[in-house]
Design a protein around this ligand. Structure first.
Ligand SMILES: NC(=O)c1ccc[n+]([C@@H]2O[C@H](COP(=O)([O-])OP(=O)(O)OC[C@H]3O[C@@H](n4cnc5c(N)ncnc54)[C@H](OP(=O)(O)O)[C@@H]3O)[C@@H](O)[C@H]2O)c1
Length: 287
């Protein structure tokens, strides 16, 4: 058994690599940076979703004990229509190299055959290959590793168009643990909602970060256009910035608030981390 982890050095992929290393499960990180960009002791190859000449690199890698690649973790790179590049890669992995299991990270509102990652889910379904789709809500790590840490540190504020929408925030640790169990075990081929244990608004998340930090952090509610502008300033292309604003305004309208308990406990055998536990553990990121 060996697993390929796309999404390189990203929030969930880096954690799956760490869990795999600790569990002594052979793995390979597929990153734009190749071996140079990953922590020492972690094997990696150069892989770029927008350069198909790199798609076979993971399959050329020789594992120490000749292990075969049995499963692939699929992460969207943050731009582009996923069916255009993920489906061709899945075809190579499945048809040419015999990979029989795929675990796909997607957003919580994705459906089989629906928009965006729904077209990758549909492709896996039609290939009749083993697949687990992780339908994740907003990550807690957006406050520490992505959108919000700089403004929290510099202005004691973060900005969203999520309004007062409720969100079952989940930690990347719990997503990674869920993914690891899917990659290395046998779970029914279906979508799993990957959610945290409590519904919170962004204002309530700000209050919890404030409590952990001992200083007041404020959530600033943005109108749509301001949100798109902010995403663009953050480096996203205009279409992706509008897409992300759509996710935030969908959240404001209640899109994340009605999913029930989610599947983390079922997948990993323990409850997901609460926001308070997570904020306490990660508070140094805001100092
Ligand atoms: N953040 C959230 O709250 C959230 C919620 C639900 C779903 N999701 C979904 O989760 C996925 C990942 O989002 P994320 O925010 O967690 O990002 P992330 O995994 O932290 O970052 C994406 C990673 O993809 C790799 N990458 C970027 N461009 C690439 C390319 N051209 N080819 C190959 N790899 C590339 C990068 O690693 P290297 O630099 O090492 O190549 C990067 O670290 C997205 O599909 C997103 O829609 C995110």
């Amino acid at each position: 058994m060996a697993i390929i982890i796309t999404g390189g050095t990203g929030k969930t992929s880096s954690r799956i690599a760490r869990i795999s290393l600790d569990a002594k499960i052979p793995f390979l990180i597929a990153s734009r940076k190749g071996q140079d960009g990953v922590p020492s002791g972690m094997p990696a190859v150069k892989f770029d979703w927008f350069d198909p000449t790199t798609f076979e690199n993971p399959f050329q890698y020789k594992f120490a004990n000749g292990e075969n690649i049995t499963a692939v973790y699929l992460v969207h790179p943050g731009q582009g229509d996923p069916k255009d590049f993920m489906n061709p890669f899945i075809d190579i992995a499945f048809k040419k190299y015999g990979v029989h299991k795929f675990v796909l990270l997607a957003g919580s509102t994705i459906t089989n055959g629906g928009y965006f990652m729904g077209q990758v889910w549909k492709h896996l379904f039609e290939l009749q290959v083993e697949h687990n789709i992780l339908l994740a809500t907003w990550f807690m790590e957006n406050f520490t590793e992505w959108l919000h840490p700089t403004s929290i540190k510099q202005e004691n504020k973060f900005y969203t168009a999520c309004g007062d929408g409720k969100i079952p925030f989940v930690s990347a640790d719990d997503i990674a643990a869920s993914a690891f169990h899917c990659l290395t075990g046998t779970k029914p081929h279906q979508g799993y909602r990957i959610l945290g244990p409590e519904l919170l608004t962004m204002d309530e998340a700000a209050a919890k970060i404030s409590k952990a930090l001992g200083r007041t952090i404020r959530h600033v509610k943005l109108p749509d256009e301001e949100s798109t502008k902010r995403f663009q300033e953050f480096g996203l292309a205009e279409d992706r910035a509008k897409f992300m604003t759509g996710l935030e305004t969908g959240t404001a309208a209640g899109a994340e608030g009605n999913f029930g308990a989610g599947s983390v406990r079922e997948l990993i055998g323990r409850p997901p981390m609460t926001f308070d536990e997570w904020a306490q553990k990660n508070k140094n990121a805001w100092n």
